[in-house]
Design a protein around this ligand. Sequence first.
Ligand SMILES: [Zn+2]
Length: 87
Amino acid sequence: MPQYTFKCEQCGEYDVWKSMNDNLASDECPGCSGESSRVFTLFNVSRMDSKIVKRIDEGMKPKVVKRDQLPQSNIRKKETNPRPWMI
Ligand SMILES: [Zn+2]
């Protein structure tokens, strides 16, 4: 199912997954139930990509560091460690 971006006048942009059978021209805002209009973006893929990359960056990195790189990356660890008391 493709992801579409809509923009609410009050709440701003948000992404929703819709099937081809849904109304793709407008949507009901999940925040205020107002009518939102479709945002046509040619860079949807790269936008999704940066989100995924960011999530991986935030979610995966600490695990990777702990398991594989901890013994040899104490110096590098300071830039990714959000918990100073764990140093
Ligand atoms: Zn709204």
